[in-house]
Design a protein around this ligand. Structure first.
Ligand code: S3P
Length: 171
């Protein structure tokens, strides 16, 4: 469907935003990111929202954002925060693509990136890696069951992932 959105879901740091930008470079799509929308709405970084208002407040904003996306976004790629997949209306927003990788590979990718420290610091739920692994283990099956399409990005290059996604969508 021409106007259908693509929603990228997956664990923190798997590369949802990076893959979204690669899709934009290789297609006519435009991209938005749910965390960016929430940050601009609140005029605050996600980290600050967690610190000052708590996680439940952030989740309520995600819900608001999901309802807004359903009503207002068309023909776009929506990269999401790692917990956004829980939104009840997610399937109504568009086609859900799960970027799949192991916890170890995700951490390796973050640690090998030039701004690794920043990437870890801005994600409150990655502060404690034992806790983060527990969240990963809890979510893995849920990500799979929500997804319309699963793309494994373990050995990834964002351009290959983007191409795979565009190929699958056009087939
Ligand atoms: C979260 C993931 C983060 C951000 C928030 C909560 C999660 O986004 O939405 O810190 O619950 O997994 P990224 O997946 O972009 O790190």
């Amino acid at each position: 469907m021409e106007n259908e959105n693509i929603i990228l879901i997956g664990f923190m740091g798997v590369g949802k935003g990076t893959v979204a930008r690669a899709i934009v470079r290789n297609s006519d799509y435009f991209a938005v990111d749910t965390d960016d929308l929430i940050e601009s709405l609140e005029n605050k970084k996600i980290k600050k929202i967690f610190e000052q208002n708590g996680e439940p407040y952030f989740r309520a904003l995600e819900k608001k954002c999901a309802l807004w996306c359903e009503k207002n976004i068309k023909g776009s790629i929506i990269s999401t925060g790692g917990g956004f997949y829980k939104q009840e209306n997610i399937k109504k927003i568009g086609k859900v693509i799960y970027l799949q990788s192991t916890f170890e590979k995700i951490l390796e990718g973050i640690n090998n990136s030039p701004n690794a420290k920043k990437k870890l610091k801005k994600r409150p739920l990655l502060n404690n890696l034992d806790e983060a692994k527990k969240i990963y283990d809890q979510r893995v099956k849920e990500y799979e069951s929500v997804a319309d399409i699963i793309i494994n990005v373990e050995e990834w290059d964002e351009n290959i992932a983007a191409k795979k996604i565009l190929d699958v969508l056009s087939s």
